[in-house]
Design a protein around this ligand. Structure first.
Ligand code: GRF
Length: 218
């Protein structure tokens, strides 16, 4: 695809912060993991001071799992159908996050809705990427709905996670126009390219907040 198209990112942050020691993150993903791959690549090329401690996926067939294996990133497959109930499933994820000593949890295509108990256990420490300009088009079909609704502009958002789905304060957004030549595939591809830009920058921003202003407020 043509990778050059007009877009707008706000806030206009373009540099990743330095973290010493590296920012310890956990990735929660259920799908292909192209955002996860972007983080692996930035980390491996020493362009971003992150330590991807663990990938947690609920899907043993997910592309993100192959990416973790290929890059020697520790991973856990936590399939909800192997647990008695949602509470046990989430307890296991919490246990792993604590065991791997992570500072920030990044939901990068994580398809499970987490309970308020889980979210409140890691307050201000979970971020999520969503393929719309929130608060428009929450939920699973964001790109399709934006097009079906005749939106002329759409994009992606990274936000802190609150118990209510696809809510919480926004960290960064990227916007692009939808022309009448576009279809779901072309918009999805463009949104992915923008996600790969704003997710690392948002992790950088959230990590900075976690290491500074949020300290002592836990
Ligand atoms: C992204 O579009 C993200 O916004 C949504 O799930 C998709 C994950 O893509 N939550 P990938 O698995 O990182 O390629």
């Amino acid at each position: 695809m043509n990778k050059s198209f007009n877009y707008l990112i706000s806030p206009e942050i373009s540099k990743l912060r330095h973290f010493s020691p590296k920012l310890r993150i956990a990735i929660l993903a259920s799908g292909d993991g192209s955002n996860f791959q972007e983080l692996i690549d930035l980390s491996n090329s020493n362009k971003f001071d992150i330590d991807i401690r663990i990938l947690i996926t609920n899907n043993s067939n997910a592309g993100c799992l192959l990416r973790a294996k290929k890059s020697n990133i520790p991973y856990k497959i936590i399939n909800n159908s192997n647990y008695k109930n949602k509470e046990d499933f989430e307890d296991e994820i919490m246990r792993i996050i604590i065991e791997y000593d992570t500072e920030l949890i990044v939901m990068a295509g994580w398809m499970k809705i987490m309970s308020s108990n889980f979210v409140n256990s890691f307050r201000n420490k979970i971020i999520n990427i969503h393929p719309s300009l929130l608060p428009s088009f929450k939920g699973n079909n964001a790109i399709k709905e934006a097009i079906a609704n005749g939106s002329k502009i759409t994009g992606c958002s990274v936000h802190f996670v609150e118990p209510e789905v696809d809510s919480g304060s926004l960290i960064m957004q990227a916007a692009l126009s939808i022309s009448n030549k576009e279809n779901i595939e072309s918009i999805t591809n463009k949104i992915h390219l923008l996600e790969h830009k704003i997710l690392p920058l948002s992790i950088s921003q959230a990590g900075y907040l976690i290491r500074t202003s949020f300290k002592g407020n836990d």
